[in-house]
Design a protein around this ligand. Structure first.
Ligand code: AMP
Ligand code: ZN
Length: 481
């Protein structure tokens, strides 16, 4: 079994009731998630990945782990092999900004969007440019160990040498031959010993703006080395979970494993967790293919593919209705269904406050609560969790209609568990307002005047006078001629 397929069933060994979780010794869990490259606005696909890891972090915290959550910001060096120019530099030229202005602008955008989804901030959010020294040190160690070489001021990872001792491509299950066959005209290929070698450090031309001094001259780091250097700095040689979207398995994460093995002789993570892709019209949501939707447009309703704006919590609910390992397609229909489902669950949560306690107890909820915990213990299965929350919702409805009874103490427990799952673990927030498209004010006033005219025709003067007075109080005077 490849390590990428290992599920997190390890947590099944824990007891399943929250009371029991409380008794486990809190131990440190280290999680590293590859963050965004901040050269443009994040799309909903990116958000899906970060939303999935928020659930994982929240659940591990809830069951008593002391989590250190590290999520980086890639603010330099994200260079595809086929590209000549850094995406951030390209963007800076287009927007006529300093590269660091581009970085700040889109880092701010990223944080604002994740706040709308009510995601927890990571404990550490390191930037690649803030860790150049650590990256250079790691590259030096890879060279010292014989797994990298310098050529014309650039440094490349020596895959031929590496594969004499280690397997390369553990996550993607690719072998070197596949990679050779896949490689077309690769960036810097005339300098590489073998076309599949990847860059650890790139020499910068004199006109290149983002560059740093190194033992090999002025240059900038390759993409993969930043995550190895920063995960090691903040989580050590072995940590629990390393995550990101599925598209990062290769080359990014396979290269990270190789770099780590080249220095520390081991894979850095106990579990590699990859989220599957959010699709739009059945195709991967992605900026480069223009097949994407921005969160702000989904919230405001300004998109041709949706008929109205949706609350960020509804969008998040939709995402949690699919397991993070499965693909999920975004559509107006699925959003409408999620809106109904989300509102129903939240309504049930609020309805607990109006349940009438009786002498008779009812502990049916305890069985369902166990099923909720079991779903999360089974590789963070959020769709299963949600289906069990609907069972709780049905029970609440039955008690409300007095078809079933419950004691005061059990009402309190039920409220507490609904809060645990909806607010603490799924991270829904009860005070996020729906941001709808701004309706034209004049059109709204015309509509009210039409209603008033209609009421007058029907001789319903009570309503027509009320509309006139309300509008007058807003400074809009209506005179009947
Ligand atoms: P990037 O800024 O391109 O490195 O992407 C940031 C994160 O979003 C990475 O973990 C990607 O794997 C993830 N990602 C990109 N596109 C999608 C998508 N359509 N669905 C889910 N995750 C995605
Ligand atoms: Zn990374």
């Amino acid at each position: 079994m490849s390590i990428s397929n290992k599920s997190l069933k390890i947590y099944n060994s824990l007891s399943q009731k929250k009371e029991d979780f409380k008794t486990i010794n809190p131990s440190k869990v280290g999680i590293y998630v590859c963050g965004p490259t901040v050269y443009n606005k994040v799309h909903l696909g990116n958000c899906r990945t970060f939303i999935s890891f928020d659930l994982i972090v929240r659940f591990l915290k809830h069951i008593g782990y002391d989590v250190r959550y590290v999520r980086n910001i890639t603010d330099v060096g994200h260079l595809e092999e086929s590209e000549e120019e850094d995406k951030i530099l390209k963007r800076a030229k287009i927007e006529k900004l300093e590269p660091m202005e581009v970085v700040q602008k889109y880092t701010n955008d990223f944080r604002e969007v994740l706040n709308k989804f009510n995601l927890l901030s990571p404990n550490i959010e390191p930037t690649a440019t803030g860790h150049i020294i650590e990256q250079i040190e790691m590259i030096e160690r890879i060279i010292d160990n014989g797994y990298a070489y310098e050529k014309n001021g650039s440094v490349y990872f020596d895959l031929m040498n590496f594969t004499k001792k280690y397997k390369y491509g553990k996550l993607s299950n690719r072998n070197l031959d596949d990679i050779i066959n896949e490689s077309r005209e690769l960036f810097g290929s005339d300098e590489k010993k073998n076309p599949q070698d990847f860059a650890l450090w790139k020499k910068a031309s004199s006109s290149h703006i983002m560059k740093w001094k190194s033992p090999w001259g002025y240059g900038f780091p390759g993409w993969h080395i930043e995550c190895s250097a920063m995960s090691h700095k903040y989580l050590g040689k072995k940590f629990d979970i390393h995550g990101g979207g599925m598209d990062l398995k290769f080359p990014h994460h396979d290269c990270e494993i190789a770099q780590f093995e080249a220095v520390y002789n081991q894979n850095p993570a106990n579990y590699w967790v990859h989220t599957n892709m959010l699709t739009l019209n059945g195709r991967k949501m992605s900026k480069s293919t223009e097949n994407f939707i921005l969160p702000e447009n989904l919230f405001s309703g300004e998109s041709d593919m949706i008929e109205k704006g949706y609350n960020p919590m509804v969008v998040k609910f939709l995402m949690y209705q699919a397991h993070y390992r499965n693909t999920l397609d975004l559509s107006n229909e699925s959003l409408l269904a999620s809106e109904k489902g989300y509102n129903k669950l939240m309504q049930s949560f609020f309805d607990i406050d109006i349940l009438k306690p009786s002498e008779k107890g009812n502990d049916k909820y305890k069985l369902i609560v166990d099923k909720c915990y079991n779903s999360m213990l089974d590789d963070f299965n959020s769709p299963k969790l949600i289906s069990h929350l609907f069972e709780l919702s049905k029970l609440i409805d039955d008690i409300k209609k007095e078809k079933k009874f419950i004691s005061k103490k059990d009402i309190d427990n039920l409220r507490n568990y609904m809060k645990v799952f909806l607010i603490d673990i799924l991270g829904f927030s009860t005070h996020k307002n729906i941001e709808r498209k701004v309706v034209n004010k004049d059109k709204l006033i015309d509509a009210l005047i039409d209603i008033r005219d209609f009421s007058r025709k029907k001789e319903n003067y009570e309503i027509s006078d009320m509309i006139r007075d309300k509008l007058n109080s807003l400074g809009i005077n209506i005179e009947d001629k």
